[in-house]
Design a protein around this ligand. Sequence first.
Ligand SMILES: [Fe+2]
Ligand SMILES: [Fe+2]
Length: 257
Amino acid sequence: MFRGKDERHFHPVAPFFYTFLIIKKFHFYSECSIAPSAIKINLLGYSAKLKYLEFFYPVVTSALTTINTLKQPTSSAWVEQAIANLDIILLDHSHCERKAAGVALNFMFRYPSNTKMVRELTAIAREELEHFELVNQWLERRNIPLAPLPPPPYGAGLKAQVRPQEPERFLDSLLVTGLIEARSHERLGLLATHCPEPELARFYHGLMASEARHFGTYWVLADTYFDRETVINRLDELAIIESQLLATLHSEPRIHS
Ligand SMILES: [Fe+2]
Ligand SMILES: [Fe+2]
């Protein structure tokens, strides 16, 4: 028996159930099936989700998979800017991974009683720190010192959309963070496709699936604590703004320029 959102039990028919749910939810995504599987596996609290992510994501070899929640795809101008500035992109990527870990921790400080959220975000914080460590190894290999880098306006622009009062603040924070993860997934995929250095391209390819899964986790958390219609409507509003923020290419190369 499935035993509710917060319990970790797995039934032998679960793969068929997940497949059914994925088909039902496929309209959220274009070519990408990783995020729906992540969402539903998380919903059911299945602890061995990584195994099933591999099973449900045969298109992981395609770096062009995107999450349909994003309203506009990244422009070719960003790809050209990023590929021409791979060292700066790597340095900014390091900052992004550290910030992603910090965001997950901040949720736990702000909402320490939300058991499901704490469990999921503990895993994400750990994983983002692992990404941080891996990117930093690339920086060392290329003799790029860890240094401050002014952020693009993207993060502050999204943060400004978070309504100050609760519970809206919690919902908006989850959805904004999820959108950043979705965009990271798309852009790491573009780097994996266009990077002229095969080893670095493989590195980006190896990270992109995690970011799609993180989007799924934040979506599931929003869906856990708020009603579905509210989540979908607010995500739609925020996704429009997210794309608008990226409509004009920032002059400095960044992951989210
Ligand atoms: Fe990451
Ligand atoms: Fe992430």
